[in-house]
Design a protein around this ligand. Structure first.
Ligand SMILES: [Zn+2]
Length: 366
């Protein structure tokens, strides 16, 4: 599916080799001479990896375990310069260059493990971070729609998966593994259609399969609440917008796009008080935001915006409304993570500047 995937094993081994040989630190120092770029890490969920046979939600949202997250943050603290995203914005506004080896830690969506697990670790280590939340889910406590869709496909008793919106009509697979793979395909394909059609498709399945999300608040996919976010903010962490409904902003009519951006901003200010305005586009791939989305985001007063396109930012002032990030995945080991930060261009995916087409960008289903 992704052109870079076959070489991932080689990159991982190269990273491990450099890590085990103690080469990462000198390599990082050497690289800092000629490459001063802002690295922004992107996480979704931090939680123990559950047994996929019993866990009925999207495994791909799990970025790392609590133990690995602590190790990762320790490394960021010891070897890099952790920064608040709002300080990055302030430096850009002042025309200042960022310190070498600046690293920003970010989270998307707003799952409650961010509060329960990530926040205490960040607080203890004194590492700043920004949590991008979909404000409608914080208001309602309802599960995130893509995660709920995966949940429904994993558990549905329907004999077939019939999705005319995506030209899909398949027998429902028997095993959970096959269903997970199918759910991944559905998530990928549905991101081609309009955001409102995506929402309508999920609602239709909820009705047909009698699995309504509005009465279901399973603890496995619970969003944070405003009280938790107020506490995190009081402790110095930053909260930003990830839309209201987690809709792909480029796939909305202009009035709905404006509602998502402005209403999420207003909810943040209403609930949390005045703050620097930071945005992360839901899904965040090349097909999830465009010139119009950037324009509305800037007009709403947002200082910066993150994409989910893989890469680092050599000149963040130039792409302050489409900042590249380094996604952390649950299968990264300690060595791989360290190498990814030390040599992002070699160990990570290619930077977007090198990508020939949208299809080459790292896929993101969230
Ligand atoms: Zn998201």
């Amino acid at each position: 599916m992704v052109s870079q995937m076959p070489s991932t094993g080689i990159r991982e081994r190269l990273g491990e080799l450099c890590y085990n040989a103690g080469l990462l630190n000198p390599l990082q120092k050497m690289r800092a001479w000629w490459q001063k770029d802002l690295r922004i890490l992107a996480y979704h969920r931090v939680m123990p990896v559950p047994d996929p046979e019993h866990y009925a939600f999207d495994m791909e949202l799990i970025s790392t375990t609590p133990e690995e997250f602590r190790e990762q943050m320790q490394l960021v603290k010891e070897r890099y310069r952790p920064m608040r995203l709002s300080d990055v914005a302030a430096a850009i506004n002042a025309g200042e260059t960022l310190p070498p080896d600046a690293v920003v830690v970010t989270f998307d969506d707003g799952y409650d493990d961010n509060y329960r697990i990530a926040y205490p670790i960040l607080k203890e280590l004194g590492v700043p971070a920004t949590f991008f939340i979909s404000t409608g889910h914080i208001d309602s406590g309802r599960p995130y729609a893509y995660d709920w869709l995966v949940h429904m496909i994993l558990l549905s008793g329907a004999p077939r998966l019939v999705l005319p919106e995506l030209n899909m009509d398949l027998p429902m697979p028997a095993t959970r593994d096959e269903r997970r793979a199918l759910a991944g395909q559905v998530l990928d394909r549905m991101k081609e259609i309009s955001a409102l059609a995506q929402a309508a498709m999920i609602r239709r399945l909820e009705t047909q399969w009698k699995m309504p999300s509005e009465h279901a608040y399973p603890p496995e996919c619970r969003p944070m609440n405003w009280d938790q976010l107020r506490e995190m903010r009081a402790a110095g962490l930053e909260i930003g917008s990830h839309g209201v409904n987690h809709w792909m902003l480029s796939k909305l009519p202009r009035d709905e796009l404006e509602r998502e951006v402005f209403d999420s901003r207003n909810a943040l200010l209403r609930e949390l008080g005045p703050m620097p305005l930071l945005m992360s586009y839901p899904v965040g791939s090349n097909r999830a935001f465009d010139r119009q989305v950037i324009e509305v985001t800037r007009d709403a007063g947002f200082d910066l915006a993150c994409s989910y396109i893989s890469g680092t930012n050599p000149h963040p002032a130039d792409n302050r409304y489409s900042l590249y990030r380094i996604a952390v995945e649950r299968y990264y080991g300690k060595a791989w993570f360290a190498a990814l930060l030390a040599m992002p261009g070699i160990i990570g995916y290619q930077t977007p500047a090198h990508l020939a087409s949208v299809d080459e960008a790292k896929p993101c289903s969230h």
